[in-house]
Design a binder for this molecule. Structure first.
Ligand code: IMP
Ligand code: MG
Length: 185
């Protein structure tokens, strides 16, 4: 368990409303996801595509729980500034160098909010003729009605609050927290 003092120390004085997922809960769920993914792809080439920056910790933990050959690459889409609401504008900043054609693509996302980022990426990646295109998200706020592809693998149903930690940021802060917390107003 995390002590309030150690949490306060990591947060640099900023208050958390509550810890939503403890490190142990995340670790256990990521392990299960790794097993689910291992079973779901019995054959073919698998490319795990991490959507940066938010997925970096989740991706690092997840791929080590997938027990089959795979490749890792990244994609960078920018949709948020320092705001805590989505602007709806998605910009591709880094395009994967790895060939997508004929491979199972597993797009790894930290959290699904409006789903706009994912919708744009699904079109773009789908046009490169992958064998399949699946989504693995650590968290889903279930606010995205118009999502073109529902996550095939999901860590947790997230509360509709602004969350930080385990890769998720607020203005680039808090990504390093080993837990997921809801930020106090
Ligand atoms: P969407 O396009 O609205 O679904 O936004 C998805 C992206 O916004 C995620 O990949 C995150 O980077 C960011 N985001 C959405 N909700 C949160 C949150 O609660 N905390 C931190 N980042 C978030
Ligand atoms: Mg972000």
């Amino acid at each position: 368990m995390l002590s309030p003092a150690s949490v306060g120390h990591l947060m640099g004085g900023r208050k958390v409303a509550r810890i939503v997922y403890e490190p142990e809960a995340i670790r256990a769920r990521v392990k299960e996801l790794g097993l689910e993914i291992t079973r779901a792809y019995p054959d073919g080439d698998l490319l795990v595509l991490g959507l940066l920056k938010g997925s970096f910790i989740f991706l690092g933990d997840l791929v080590r729980e997938i027990q089959r050959p795979l490749q890792v690459d990244f994609i960078v889409a920018s949709s948020y500034g320092d705001a805590t609401v989505s602007s709806g504008n998605v910009r591709l900043v880094y395009d994967p160098e790895t060939l997508l054609e004929g491979k199972h693509i597993l797009l790894v996302e930290d959290i699904i909010d409006t789903g706009r980022t994912l919708n744009r990426l699904i079109d773009l990646l789908g046009s490169r003729n992958p064998k399949s295109l699946g989504i693995c998200a650590l968290l889903d706020k279930h606010l995205a009605d118009g999502l073109k592809v529902k996550p095939r693998f999901l860590g947790f149903d997230a509360p509709k609050e602004f969350l930080v930690g385990y890769g998720l940021d607020h203005a680039e802060d808090f990504r390093h927290l080993p837990f997921v917390a809801s930020l106090a107003e």
